[in-house]
Every structure is written in C-alpha cells, then in structure tokens.
Design a protein around this ligand. Sequence first.
Ligand code: NBG
Length: 970
Amino acid sequence: MSLISSSLLTFYPHHTELSSSASLLLVSSFSGSSKPCSSFPLLRNSSRQIKPLRASSETITETSSISVDNNESDDSTAFQIKARNRIGLLQVITRVFKVLGLKIEKAIVEFEGEFFVKKFFVTDSHGRKIVDHGSLDKIKNALMEAIDDGDGVFSVSSSVPSRGIVVRRAGLLMESGERRAKAERMFGLMDGFLKNDPLSLQKDILHHVEYTVARSRFSFDDFEAYQALSHSVRDRLIERWHDTHQYFKRKDPKRLYFLSLEYLMGRSLSNSVINLGIKDQCADALRQLGFEFEVLAEQEGDAALGNGGLARLSACQMDSLATLDFPAWGYGLRYQYGLFRQVILDGLQHEQPDYWLNFGNPWEIERVHVSYAVKFYGTVEEETLNGEKYKVWVPGEMVEAVAYDNPIPGYGTRNTINLRLWAAKPSGQYDMGKELRLKQQYFFVSASLQDIIRRFKETHNDFDNFPDKVALQLNDTLPSLAIAEVMRVLVDEERLSWEKAWGIVCKLFSFTTHTAQPEGLEKIPVDLIGSLLPRHLQVIYDINFMFMEELKRLIGLDYSRLSRMSIVEEGAVKHIRMANLSIVCCHTVNGVSRVHLEILKTRVFKDFYDLWPQKFQYKTNGVTQRRWIVVSNPSLCALISKWLGTEAWIRDVDLLMGLREYATDVNLHQEWKMVRRVNKMRLAEYIEAMSGVKISVDAMFDVQIKRIHEYKRQLLNILGIIHRYDCIKNMEKSDRRNVVPRVCIVGGKAAPGYDIAKKIIKLCHAVAEKINNDPDIGDLLKLVFIPDYNVSVAELVIPGSDLSQHISTAGHEASGTGSMKFLMNGCLLLATADGSTVEIIEEIGEDNMFIFGAKVHEVSALREKGHADKVPLQFARVVRMVREGYFGFKDYFQSLCDTVEGDGDFFLLGDDFTSYLEAQAAADRAFVDQERWTRMSILCTAGSGRFSSDRTMEEYAEKTWDIEPCKCPI
Ligand code: NBG
C-alpha cells in the first residue's frame, strides 16, 4: 500500500466483547421491510395534509404497553413491549433482564417512526419459562420503571397482548373499533411537517435548548445554541429521511450500496440547512435570539473519518446521490477517533488524537436495535445435511456491530438518503482500535452485508433477483472482502450451489481503484486471513483455482503471466492480492480519470485489460458544487446566480457555462474582484490569527493544500519559493518594484510514519522563518504553513486563493479533486498534465492555466536517461542552499536533499524545475494584468461544470450500477 493509504487510521479504539445480546436476533423494519407495521408511517404521511396540528402530549403515554405471553413459545416466556423510541432504550431493557438474572433467548424488534414494538423471549436462570405470577409482576414492574422516561402515566396490559395499542400489521389498521381509533389518534398527534418559518424554528431551538441540551433558555452559549439548532435541523432531516425510505420501500427499486471504509464529511450544519433550503430562515431566527448563524456553524468540529482524496470523494458522491434522487445507501465505519490532528511544534508535525465524539454528534442517530454479530477466528468444520456436505465456520470470537445513521439530504429534493456507520459495541474486553486493519475491514463488510441481505430478504425470497435489486460498489479494494463474504453467505448459509452463487456475485460488484501505482495496491498476508477469517481464505482459494483453470484455457501455460494474474502471490510470505480478487469478481473496474484508465490498461492492470477489455471504464471524479461553492463561498454563489439569473446551476451545474458570455463584462469584473477580495481578507485574518504573519491582500495568494507526499511535490514548490527569495535578495533594490508580491500558502498532513514527508513540512517552516523575518523582503514574499488541514480549512482557503498548485509528477495522481474545487471558485491552476488536469485543460483551455512539466508518456524515458549531468543550475543552487544549512537544520535535511539529487530524483523535480519556474513567471505576468486575470478566473468557474460529482454519479448510475432515480414525492 502507498504510505498515504496505509497510514493506519488511529481510529476506532472501541471496547467490545461478545455480550449476551450478541446472540440476539435483532430485526429492524425501519428500512424497507414488508414486515408487519409497514403501513404505519404511510398513513401518517398521507394524513399530514388534512389533519389539525399537534395536540397536547399527555396522551402519548397511552401508546406504551407491556404484555406477557407464555403460549407463544414452548420453552420461553414472551414479553412484548411497545414504547416510544428513544436512544438507549433497547439497552435499558436488556439490562433489566440481565440484572434480574434472566436470559434473552431471542428478541424481535420492530421499529416504525417513533415507536418500538419489541418481543423478548426470555428464560430464567435454569433456562426455563417463567410461570410464577409474582415473578412475572416483578419483571413487569422493573421494565415499566425502566421504560417510563418521565412521561408519567404508563399502561401495562395483562397477559394477553390485545390490550394497549399493539399495531403490528397493516391489516390491523383496517379493523374498526377502539384499536383503529387509537391508531388514528396517534397519527393525528403528529400529522404535519415541522414548519420552517423563523418563529417555528425559534420555538424548536428553544425547545432543544431546554429539553435536549438541558440548559435554561435564558442562559446558553454559542456551543449550546449550535447543539439546539443542529437538533432542530436534524428533526427536519429525519422527517424527509423517513419519507424517503418509506418511498424506496414501496417502490422497491434497484439500490446502490456504496461500501467505503472512509468518508471525510467535514461539518454538517451549513450543508444541511442549505440542502434543506432553510438557511435564511435559520439565520433570521437566530438573529432575533441574539445569535449569528456563522458563529454557530464555526462551533462544529469536522467529521474526519478518512485520510485524503478517496475519503472526501465519497462524501461528495453521497451529496450527489441524494440530490439526484438515486436509491442509494452509504456504508462506513464509525471510528471512535477521526484522522489525527496535526500540531506543529518547532516546525515538526505531531499527531494528536481527534476526539471528535467528545462533545456529542447531533448528526447521527444511534440505532441500538440494528445490530449484528460479527464473527472472527475459529475453525471451519464440515457438516452433512440430506447427503450434502456443507462448510460451517465455528468462530472463536464475536463482536457486535451497532448502526449509527447519518441522514444525507439532497438539494432541491425531498430525498434524504442514509449513511450507515458501524461501531463495535463497547464493553471492556478488548480494544478494536488496536485491532488490525483487516479486522476492521471484515467488521465493516460483515455488518453491512448482513444488513443488506436482511433488507433484501424482507421482500424477496429468491437470490436470483439479488443482482436486479442490489448493486454493490467497492470504494477501492479496502472493502473487497465483501466478495468472499457474499460467496460464503450464499453457499454456506443460504445453501446455494457454488456455481449459482458465483453467477450472482459476478453480477453484483463493481470496483473503483484510486491509485495509479502498482505499489499502492493492497496485499494481505495469507496467514493473517487464514487465522482471522479461515473460511474466507478457503473461498478466495477456490475462486482463484477456478480463475486459474479458466485462464490456462484462455492463454495457455504462460506461467509468468499466470503468476502475475493469480489472486495469490507466492513468495517467502504468501499474500492475497485484493485488486486481483476485485478484478476477477467485479463486472466493472473503474478508473477515476481518463489518464488513470490509460495507466491501468497499459501498466497496472495490463494483463487483465488484455483479457477482459470490456470490464475497464473510467468515470472522471467530480466534487459537489453545493459544498464547494454554495456552502463555502456564499458571495460567489450569489454573484453567479445574479448573473445567470437563476439558482438552477446548483442542481444543473452545466449552466455555469453561461458565465462565458460575460467573461469580459466590466461590471461582472468589478463584482467578481470584490467577492474575491473579501474572501482573501477573510483568509488573511485567519492566517494572522493562526500564525501571527500579517499578509497583504494585494499579493497573489498562491496555495498548495493536500496530503504531503513526494509525488505531489510540495518540495518542488518550496524549492521554487527559495529560488524566488534568492532572486529578490540578489536584485537591485530598484528592480524589486517590479516583483509581483506573493503569499505562498502550504497545508497538509504527512502520514505518521512517512519520514520524508515530515521533513518537507519542517523545511517549509524553516524557509518561512527565514523569509518572513527578512526585512529586505517585506510584502514581496511570505510563506505560511496552515496546520491541521481538513475540510473546514479547505472551505476557508479555497475561496480566498488566486493561484493553486497541482504539480504531481505526471502519471502519479490518479485524478486529483482539489483542483476541481479551486476551479469552481475561480482560482487559476498551475499544474502538470496529470490525472484529471488533462481533462480540465480540455475544458478551460491551456491559455487560461499555467501548465508545465513532463507529460505522462515522457516520464519513463526521463527516468531511464538519469539526470545527474543535466540538472539546471538554478535547481542545483537551491538544493545546495538547503544542504549547506542556509535555513538551519543542516544534518536533518541531508536525506531530504538526497531524494532529489543524482539518481535519487525519482519524481523528476530537477527535470521539471525550469518549466516550473517559467509557469510561475507566466502566472506573475498574468496577475499584473488584473483584467486578464479576472477573465481567466471567470472562465475557470464557467468551465468547471464537468467536474461536478453530479456528472460522475450519473455516469456510474447509467454505465456501472444500472440504477434509476427514485424521487420521493413532496
Ligand atoms: C486518491 C488519489 C487521487 C484521487 C482520489 C479520489 C486515495 C487513496 N487516492 O488522485 O490519490 O483524486 O483518490 O479518487 O485517496
């Protein structure tokens, strides 16, 4: 794996053990069951329009009930509990049974809207039914106390479950009489949507201040106001999310399940209110209460459940899937700690844990009743049933996965989809955070597939239909154990023949790779899989055997090629090649840009491409304009809408092209420059507050923010800055007047074990120290490192940038998505023709960008030639300045210099240095002519439509997943 993706996420130190409830059969009907109570919320929705609004709350308790039945099961007592749902209720109930020394043999939990109907089959400590009336009463009383959350009255029915309102089946609602009247009363109590006028919002906010945050409405601070506002927004998200899922359930379209181990969601508040269309109302409501929306939005921490490009792309794609009304679900992991926080001390990166959940997370809903046991270790045994032999995995350990749901609202639609993240249920036996990446992967895969298969089986009983109803997308190879898991479940548990299961699996999965380097491909030691997942290893071996036999038939006994293509890599330590497994089993393999696909076809997966060319496609990445313009650059958003005369571009981004017509309009220029200047001022204030460095907004803000990696060549940038500094120092004073002032801004995290990347950060600080304190230089050049780069920092920096750098060695960046965000915001690009930049050039035109450096097809020849003899003098000079200690830390920087000198210069910094400086000089010249610069800036935004994740998702839907929009009616 590359250093970036292998930087083991410090996430996830969950304490878990196989608790007694791990063996429970927990059934949720929230998301699409045809099980009993399906008509419950539908009725509520349809009656919403006509019924009067909310009644008082005291009758609500009439809906709770406990009943006991000893006839339902031969060997256990059934307790049926119906109550209003609340977080942790299920845990409370199971705890009561446990404390009373009772054992839950089975539990069926159904959930609709705000109500639970739970049936627990319980035995006493001797494993027998509970028949004694006194004991039964005691249990009921204890349950009653635990469940009663303060509403006051609580009705307990006698031993037949007909008392209380026990609505479990659609048919029951059709019955006349008392039961129906009560059901209708419940619907009547909540038959309208929450209102979004400022007064209603204010009431809701204060309600949450008092009852959720538990503060007095006369005394709460910004953070508490943020919490109360978020809960008010969440209530509105939940309404739409219920309706969306009910609608999906009713329509039963083919669904996409997006399986990704990483999501960089950033903050949710602003994005949610914008997508819900209630930002202005919220701002008005808050103003009257004495709060500023922007200030409250700043209270939120980032949800950083991932590393870099892949993870942020997943978040953008979720936004597009919701907005485009696709019936999609995201699955991921709810890591206990997010990506480390980067703290810089003396220019050195230190990693601190990101306790992102410490202050609560209002954007998630804990689904205690959606939980699955995940198995690990153990042995595989053989069983014979009806003369047929079956493999049975006898696990050595089980961990319980609990769902946390995160509603993802679409923009301009009612559709709100779900991102379901799994957490290990805590209990003190061991720490999932210290567990292997493989264990995390399987935990994720197993829980997600149990959930997906359970949902499918609620409405279908034939797996032949599975690929017609389900598309499984693997976001890189990290979730690719899902392939072996589906085979295992279909063959061992569902008892399908291997051939039939294989036929299904081949139609289910698609896979996207996010790396351009063969070294970046994931491999897992066979011994490790064999120990943690013994049955999966057998399945993988069987798949490989089958594949190898077929391959021999197709290509003959070309052993070298056979061994390259094998899923199993032989050697001192045997490995499973997860990419090979994915290619063999997926119907489609996607690259993330056109150049990336070329690299896959000709280098990384050449053998496979030659065999199955039809499997290989590309879908150029995109980013969501909702987050990257509407949320992060509201003034540009307003300006665009004003000039286009519509806000429709927020959903239909190609409309941005309409700006081309005004690219030379002096009035637009005026307004465009004003917006950009205000954004630069905002960024300058942030930089001063964070680093103490004062910067001039007249200078060109030149930005490189992304993960620190040698191939991304932050070092090239810093060496270029040293060169600029050196030139200014050696210039006649009178000539300095002609220098275009620059503020160079660098930000990004280095993987904790990536030494060279950390040295690059240190060098950036050392150079900044020298330049920023040199009185000769003044405002002509400043260098600032922005620490702890994350989504929120990007939202601030990108709108305030004039120039941004995307300067990877050609052939190394699979796509790159940062460039697209800058482009949308009218920031010019200084870039190599790598990844998606090649397609950006086609849209924007090379004249409106600063392109330099070797092209993809030139790189290998340059490497072969070697470079020792032809390094440009300017390059040798700046490297020497570092080597000789001009910026201090002489010894520390030697190994860094070695990476770019002599034959060490794998990433071709020396080769590209001259053209890099030329591109920088061209940028200076363009900046001096502000009219030209502004025209280029407008054309960048105008041409950015193709790089929206809306387009990417539409392409995937049509060409890979075969899914259609399923729009929930308003
Ligand atoms: C990154 C690539 C980028 C690409 C994103 C999204 C990972 C592992 N890979 O070039 O380096 O833009 O994925 O596809 O984050």
